[in-house]
Write a protein that binds this ligand. Structure first.
Ligand code: WTA
Length: 635
């Protein structure tokens, strides 16, 4: 939306100042540019001590009217989604705003016909095909809450997510194509549903012609369902603070957290940041390579771009198939102007011959983006030189599942960039650095480093953890009074630019995926030979971080270590998913523990990173001798 866009650095500064001094006025001006059935009674009501955050209370809307209906007047024939299949020989699909509107309304009636009502939870476990976008928007159309589970997760992970929010309906596909071989998604669902009794029906999209096993009375095909209903579906009128979706993200302890996002604030936040950060112009072709199963896909493949009337590309495949030039082939073919990806992909691609890049004409590109983890200097330059040909600003966007939208990021072409820096906070975002003692580090002390917290709410902040408000409070609002704690560390330079240094808790970002170490440890502990274990991250050239486990076994175990390693990784694949597989598994005689029995992961992290020159004070350990032993046999 052009009307939302900041057009100079001076204007950014003015808007930023307004957003801090008078947030209600600032956000109300922005929100006024969306379609509401009724405007809000109050822009913002908040209390971080509870915590309770409400934006646009009293307002009525439906987000799909903003993504679809609103565009029918001027953009009906504009392409909303370009779908690029896994196999380059299969045809792309171009879906206009009018077609998408019809498809969403039609499928919304399918949901209703399956007994889904406002407030019901629907789980989507689907490949990157337009039907995933259609299903999520159809949920939003009728006021149902979608919970999308990344289709790479195991059946156990799927079942636990379904159970946590008691989803009634599961939508999936028979198979998924990613790279060479198809994966049978439906079989994963069938396994999960043995342990997920809340699901009453399964709708299966037939992605391939392979025969699919269906359970009579429970499972039906997408196309058969469409035949039963008509194509018109009025949007359900929702409250701004009604739930839009639940999305699970890893925690440092316990099960994944179902982050709850509500409609009004999320819509305003995702669209405002999309329009500004990318400076999207009306004929641009925008491509975000994330999977919709993650927050990046929710906010910046679907909701933000569609609300802004953009053309958004959805890619089914992987960067390496049929070869490592696939991304660039697509950029060339579709004349992509905006390309948004993760540092791990950039590092993987940079390892392959430049001829794979040079074969393709990338001159359509205007803006490059990065998200998911800190981007290292080398990758930044490779991206800038070889993909952007030094002409395209790189927006290094820092944000989280919990924040719903970008928080710290350059505005393309407007904010001066600095390699490896996410630069400045976007309007409405008030970041602060906190020192070891819990005190705010004043800006005058710059350059400085500390833990990153946010002082005041922004519209797209998650409102709670589904079913566990106490955990929401403990995780985000208890470390520092009256602030949201991000779990990240950051460095701030003398001009106020932020560089995110990484997680400071037990979450590890592997290939841009946020993985909690606790569920992985639980998986390992299930092995009968294992007494206990600790999983930490260590730096890895391509993945950013990889996982390293320190494991103790029972004395009488005679199994060869490599066989045990294989079994441990198989267990992890089964319980968490292949993305959480360990790169290194070291068998040790004990783990370093504090006197209260807590594993000192700080020490293990250093050993795993091969950085043992300064392990800090280990005299407080229950078993200081063990450290030397572990060091000696480190992998
Ligand atoms: C990390 C992804 C450095 C960070 C949108 C954060 C980043 C976590 C960046 C959230 C960035 C994300 N620079 N680190 N530009 N973007 N991160 O919830 O540690 O999957 O807390 O959301 O990714 O990951 P999540």
């Amino acid at each position: 939306m052009k009307s939302l866009q900041i057009s100079s650095f001076k204007e950014y500064k003015e808007k930023y100042a307004q957003s801090v001094e008078n947030p209600e006025e600032f956000w109300s001006e922005i929100a006024s540019q969306f379609r509401w059935h009724k405007k809000w009674d109050k822009v913002l009501d908040w209390d971080f001590s509870k915590p309770e955050i409400k934006w646009f209370e009293g307002a009525k809307l439906n987000i799909t009217e903003n993504c679809l209906d609103r565009h029918l007047e001027k953009l009906a024939n504009k392409t909303a989604i370009i779908w690029e299949p896994n196999d380059p020989d299969e045809e792309s699909r171009h879906i206009t705003y009018r077609q998408l509107f019809v498809k969403v309304s039609h499928f919304a009636n399918v949901l209703k016909n399956n007994g889904i009502k406002k407030g019901d939870k629907v789980c989507l476990y689907m490949p990157m095909i337009p039907e995933l976008a259609i299903a999520m928007l159809a949920c939003a159309r009728i006021g149902a809450v979608h919970s999308i589970v990344f289709a790479g997760f195991s059946s156990k992970a799927l079942a636990s997510r379904i159970n946590d929010s008691e989803c009634k309906l599961l939508i999936t596909a028979n198979e998924v194509y990613r790279g060479k071989k198809p994966i049978n998604l439906k079989a994963v669902c069938d396994e999960a549903l043995k342990h997920a009794p809340s699901i009453k029906n399964v709708i299966v999209y037939r992605r391939t012609v392979e025969p699919t096993s269906m359970v009579e009375g429970r499972d039906t095909f997408w196309f058969d369902e469409l035949q039963k209903v008509d194509k018109h579906c009025d949007a359900e009128i929702m409250d701004a603070e009604d739930l839009l979706f639940i999305l699970y993200t890893s925690g440092s302890t316990g099960k994944p957290k179902g982050m709850v996002h509500t409609i009004g604030g999320y819509m305003v936040g995702s669209t405002y940041t999309f329009s500004n950060v990318f400076q999207y112009d009306k004929n641009d072709i925008y491509w975000c390579t994330a999977d919709i199963g993650w927050i990046t896909g929710h906010s910046y493949i679907i909701y933000g771009p569609l609300c802004a009337g953009a053309t958004t590309v959805m890619f089914e495949g992987v960067p390496s198939y049929p070869d490592y030039g696939r991304f660039w082939e697509i950029v060339d073919k579709l004349k992509v102007t905006h390309f948004y990806t993760a540092p791990t992909a950039i590092r993987a691609l940079a390892r392959h011959p430049l001829s794979l890049v040079e074969k393709h004409d990338l001159s359509s590109l205007k803006v490059l983006g990065s998200v998911g983890e800190p981007i290292n200097e080398e990758a930044w330059h490779w991206y800038n030189d070889n993909i952007g040909k030094t002409k395209c600003p790189i927006v290094d966007t820092w944000w989280q599942t919990e924040t719903g939208a970008m928080m710290i990021s350059p505005i393309a072409g407007i904010t001066p960039t600095r390699p490896t820096f996410a630069t400045l906070p976007l309007p409405g975002v008030q970041p602060v650095l906190i020192d070891e003692k819990g005190n705010e580090i004043p800006f005058e002390n710059a350059p400085s480093e500390g833990r990153l917290a946010i002082k005041a709410p922004w519209p797209s902040i998650a409102r709670t953890i589904y079913g566990n408000h106490q955990r929401y409070k403990d995780t985000y609002f208890s470390a520092f009074p009256n602030m949201y704690f991000t779990g990240d560390g950051a460095y701030r330079d003398a001009t106020g630019n932020f560089r995110i240094t990484g997680r400071v808790d037990d979450v590890v970002i592997v290939s841009g995926h946020n993985l909690g170490t606790a569920p992985i440890e639980n998986a390992i502990d299930e092995h009968e030979a294992i007494v206990e274990c600790a999983v930490v991250g260590f730096p890895h050239d391509i993945k950013g971080n990889a996982l390293y486990a320190f494991v103790t076994t029972y004395d009488n175990i005679e199994q060869p270590e490599d066989e045990l390693r294989q079994e441990i990784n198989d267990l992890i694949t089964k319980t968490v998913g292949a993305i959480a597989k360990l790169d290194k598994i070291q068998f040790v005689s004990g783990l370093p523990k504090t006197r209260s029995g807590k594993i000192m992961r700080r020490i293990l992290r250093k050993i795993a990173s091969n950085d043992t020159s300064n392990l800090g004070d280990i005299s407080t350990l229950l078993n200081p001798d063990i450290v030397e032993n572990i060091k000696k046999s480190a992998l």
